[in-house]
Write a protein that binds this ligand. Structure first.
Ligand code: WTA
Length: 643
């Protein structure tokens, strides 16, 4: 497991800033975890207290068993008796530069109206509602309205296609889809309602489609389509909250795994919200005057956890931005920071890499002095980019939190905690696990390995934000997360710990790609390629990319008598965009006669990855011992010639 990042001295330079001590909190968590998490949970408002902190029936964890609460109540109602009531909850910034401010009270009223509409439509606790919206206020409003009545939301990123909607809606058996007439992306209109119209031809469970007006397209409204405005305006602005058992599902979020079918990750409310509340306190150290800007899309877990639930529970004012970071100019985040006096910026290495490319002049021309804390998430950050973020954006005054976590973990697991600790930062390392979270790096056999060696990142003990299960698929849950390392949660990432115990996450160890921070499965992509009538077989791998981290490279075998042409390559890529979404388009397509496979038929993706990244392949026989080397080496030569 050699890796160029391991023990690289330049990565390990320590940058220190002042803070408070964390050790005591970690000790408390270790000595009595149940008491510790129970104290954390007391930050939430509970309708009924729990009888048991943790029911650990390996590998299923139930947190705060018997406790009852409501997620929307914790985000909204609790502020209505405080000064926050008429303060800004959301500052929404449109791609066209328009801004709208929504106070906690206004947000509360809108959420309650929609919740009442759901009830009028016959939606009950436990029913599923799919949300396919761009980054507009109706997206968090819809999620919170579901939470208010105990309906389970399933948000689909608005960059996904009709087919992706079909798969997710049919798995969840949702009754309603909420969408918009269109969404803006780089000045162009994405016809969301039309994409949904295509999908609903194949989603028998859908009874109604609710449509928000955003782009004011001319639409044909079918008999099951209802305008959002017409629906909610007549409703009362109070809907009693449904008190949910702590482990009742709050939402399903589909995410790519190592098979063709996306997994429906299920989170509850008691444990999940406790994890979010406390992690946000430690990591972001939220206070009453903060203006928090998380640039993620709510269609991914970062948006669910740290745009919708955590900041609203803390009563923070947050910015939600509708558009692309570089539209109309590559300065949009800096412009927003200046315009609204942002104090905390939480973004991705991909966004930073693309801004860095334009030089320092653009960010230097904005007043960024309101910033006090900078964060990143979603991919490893290269030390050069980290330093640029620290120097040019934070002017050497703002700590950087490199937060590692996953859809499955619910909330942040590894990060510096400016709220509670001395900050000795190493650019490129997330540093340590949060209090109460026990990380272990293990080898192929699940045995802990020594510091400095690369291995698999695992989590030793259940934690409150842990997924409850996979939707309708307990077996896959067990198999995916609990069978690779004994009694530990398998994250699928490679990592190592240096001599100071800092954790360095190196990227995925499985068939999952991170393209511009978006999570995509290679097998899911391969199935999409093979669904094109000209393609017989497909192998997908990734190539390192200076901006996006990774890009998609596809090796395709054509059906008999089909000739490889430039046009076919374009057509196949269009097919992928239609099948999965524009984020899945391939950087490069190679037409080959044969894919390198083992005798048992497994595609040697690791080998292809080494080739496209121009790494030394070494002895092929050690990679896949069943492989027929001679047979494939001829094909590899042909691929090499094309690259
Ligand atoms: C990767 C995103 C390095 C990792 C919140 C993980 C990171 C996957 C970091 C989960 C980080 C996330 N450093 N890698 N700070 N944060 N990752 O489910 O590979 O979209 O397993 O959740 O992103 O992606 P997901």
């Amino acid at each position: 497991m050699d890796d160029p990042h391991v023990n690289n001295d330049t990565n390990q330079q320590i940058i220190s800033l002042e803070g408070i001590k964390i050790k005591q909190i970690k000790d408390e968590a270790r000595q009595d975890p149940n008491q510790f998490w129970s104290d954390c949970a007391k930050n939430l408002v509970w309708f009924k207290e729990w009888q048991q902190v943790l029911d650990w029936n390996y590998p299923f964890a139930k947190w705060f068993v018997g406790g009852k609460l409501n997620a929307a109540y914790n985000c909204l109602d609790k502020h209505l008796t405080t000064k926050k009531k008429n303060q800004a909850a959301i500052i929404w910034e449109g791609e066209d530069g328009e801004s709208v401010t929504i106070t906690y009270n206004q947000l509360f009223r809108r959420v309650n109206q929609l919740a009442n509409s759901f009830k009028r439509m016959g939606i009950k606790k436990g029913d599923r509602i799919t949300i396919y919206l761009p980054m507009i206020p109706e997206l968090p409003i819809s999620m919170l309205a579901c939470a208010r009545i105990g309906a389970i939301h399933s948000v689909i990123f608005s960059g996904f296609s009709s087919q992706s909607i079909i798969d997710r809606v049919n798995d969840a058996k949702s009754k309603i889809i909420i969408t918009a007439d269109g969404g803006y992306r780089r000045g162009k209109i994405v016809p969301l309602k039309r994409i949904v119209d295509e999908a609903v031809k194949n989603t028998p469970s859908i009874e109604k489609v609710i449509v928000v007006k955003r782009t004011h397209e001319d639409l044909i409204m079918g008999e099951n389509d209802i305008w959002f405005e017409n629906l909610v305006n007549k409703e009362s602005s109070f809907c009693p909250p449904e008190w949910m058992e702590s482990n009742d599902p709050l939402f399903i979020l589909y995410t790519s795994g190592t098979t063709g079918k996306p997994k429906g990750v299920v989170h509850g409310s008691g444990g999940y919200l406790t994890h979010l509340y406390i992690s946000a306190k430690w990591v972001f150290d939220f206070n009453a005057t903060d203006i928090f800007f998380c640039t993620a899309d709510i269609g991914w877990i970062t948006g669910h956890s740290y745009i919708v639930y955590a900041p609203l529970m803390h009563g923070v004012t947050e910015i939600i931005y509708e558009g692309a970071p570089d539209f109309p100019d590559p300065d949009r985040y800096w412009k927003i920071v200046e315009k609204h006096g942002t104090t905390i910026l939480y973004t991705t290495p991909t966004a930073l890499r693309s801004y860095m490319r334009y030089g320092n002049e653009i960010p230097n021309s904005y007043d960024l002095s309101s910033l006090r804390l900078l964060g990143t998430v979603g991919e490893p950050i290269n030390p050069e980019v980290w330093k640029w973020y620290f120097d040019v954006i934070g002017k050497k005054n703002c700590p950087i939190i490199d937060t590692w976590w996953q859809t499955e973990t619910g909330g942040i697991m590894i990060s510096m905690c400016p709220g509670i600790e001395n900050l000795k930062m190493k650019p490129g390392s997330g540093s340590f696990s949060l209090p109460g979270i026990e990380i272990e790096i293990v080898d192929d056999r699940g045995i802990k390995i020594e510091d400095g060696k690369k291995g698999y990142l695992t989590i030793k003990k259940p934690w409150p934000g842990m997924l409850i299960s996979l939707w309708n698929n307990k077996e896959r849950y067990k198999e995916t997360y609990w069978q690779k390392a004994e009694n530990s949660f398998f994250t699928g990432d490679f990592a190592y710990q240096d001599n100071d115990k800092y954790i360095w996450v190196l990227g995925r160890a499985d068939d999952i790609l991170k393209v511009a921070g978006h999570r995509l499965g290679t097998i899911e992509l391969e199935s999409a390629f093979v669904s094109h009538p000209s393609i017989a077989e497909a192998a997908v791998t990734s190539k390192r990319d200076k901006i996006k981290g990774e890009t998609i490279i596809a090796f395709l075998v054509l059906r008999k008598e089909i000739q490889p042409t430039q046009n076919l390559s374009i057509e196949v890529n269009e097919h992928i965009k239609r099948t999965i979404g524009p984020i899945a388009s391939a950087e490069k397509i190679y037409f080959v006669n044969k894919l390198p496979k083992t005798r048992s038929g497994k595609i040697m993706r690791r080998l292809l990855k080494s080739i496209v990244n121009k790494e030394t392949i070494g002895d092929i026989s050690t990679l896949e011992d069943e492989a027929s080397i001679e047979e494939i080496s001829h094909e590899l030569d042909a691929i090499n010639k094309q690259i």
